[in-house]
Design a protein around this ligand. Structure first.
Ligand SMILES: NC(=O)c1ccc[n+]([C@@H]2O[C@H](COP(=O)([O-])OP(=O)(O)OC[C@H]3O[C@@H](n4cnc5c(N)ncnc54)[C@H](O)[C@@H]3O)[C@@H](O)[C@H]2O)c1
Length: 286
């Protein structure tokens, strides 16, 4: 018996990184996935996003675990594309039980106003669009998981002038995700649909290993390398670890999707190696 036997989950940003890890973990536990991704770049974001080949690799990995995957290229800013992907998935698999709204960009350091707009449009409006188009298909027992960010919950971490308009947009968008999860959990509770947020610290993915992120950790260097950045990464954890793995986040997402968490809703679940409690603002001393 798998923990996701018979369940179907819609995932955004599934072509690589955490989204791919969620798809694989769901398949390992007997579930099927509707795996979507933009599979193109966004001009204001200073690092490449996933490709159509990445999305197909996710499907192959799911199938290797004995799972079923339907892939669609869909931008989370485009509700019609998301709705069409869900409808195709339901036509294929017959039902929808879960949603992982986790596609994201992090245009740190960009001072272009467009970077603020794009970060909010993908990181918050994209999550809202995903939930919006999924809701008509979700019934009692369904579970929605939205991805936030521990760093975004710490004032001054990403929304400082050094992180630019893109950092401000990312922080605003992710905090809005945290906030709306509370309200949606209250609104959807009577219908038996749960909503939770997962807030990772640094995760070992392409978003972390990108030039804008490296420059945020090593602003003293023009073009920092992985070796330059590694000693700085544990600043975001209490345990001294530089990052967690996508699979560590996938375990938390799996718990929130499964019936094991049937009474957990409106939760802000941090997978952050203690980063938030280490860095959170403390009340002033007397
Ligand atoms: N990596 C980290 O350190 C970290 C930390 C905290 C939170 N997060 C969040 O975790 C989530 C997953 O990121 P990741 O670490 O796997 O990085 P990633 O860059 O590997 O994955 C993000 C995925 O989202 C896709 N995407 C981007 N814009 C899209 C759009 N408009 N429509 C559809 N898909 C789109 C990308 O193509 C990519 O496949 C993001 O929401 C990110 O903000 C990441």
């Amino acid at each position: 018996m798998g923990r996701m036997d018979g369940k179907v989950v819609f995932i955004t940003g599934a072509a690589r990184g955490q989204g791919r890890a969620h798809a694989v973990r769901i398949a390992e536990e007997g579930g099927s996935v509707i795996a979507t991704d933009l599979c193109a770049d966004i001009a204001s974001n200073g690092y490449p996003l996933a490709t159509p080949e990445d999305l197909e690799s996710t499907a192959r990995l799911v199938e290797k675990r004995g799972g079923r995957a339907l892939t669609r290229i869909a931008d989370v800013r485009d509700r019609d594309a998301l709705a069409a992907a869900i409808e195709d998935g339901i036509a294929e698999f017959g039902r929808l039980d879960g949603v992982v709204a986790q596609a994201g960009i992090c245009p740190l350091g960009s001072r272009q106003p467009q970077a603020f707009v794009d970060a909010v449009a993908v990181d918050f409006v994209g999550v809202f669009n995903t939930i919006d188009v999924a809701l008509p298909h979700l019934g009692r027992g369904a579970s929605i998981v939205a991805t936030g960010s521990t760093a975004a919950l710490i004032p001054g971490s990403l929304d400082s002038s050094a992180k630019g308009a893109g950092g401000m947009g990312y922080a605003w968008g992710k905090r809005a995700v945290a906030t709306i999860v509370h309200d949606l959990a209250a609104v959807l509770g009577p219908g038996g649909v749960r909503v939770n947020a997962v807030h990772p610290t640094n995760v070992n993915t392409d978003m972390l290993h990108s030039r804008p992120m490296y420059r945020a950790f090593r602003p003293d260097l023009d073009d920092p390398t992985r070796e330059d950045v590694l000693p700085a990464l544990p600043a975001m954890t209490a345990t001294g670890d530089p990052y967690v793995e996508p699979e560590d986040v996938a375990d938390a997402v799996l718990f929130l999707l499964s019936d094991e968490s049937k009474f957990v809703t409106g939760m802000q679940l941090r997978v952050d190696a203690g980063g938030y409690v280490k860095l959170r603002p403390q009340p002033p001393a007397f």
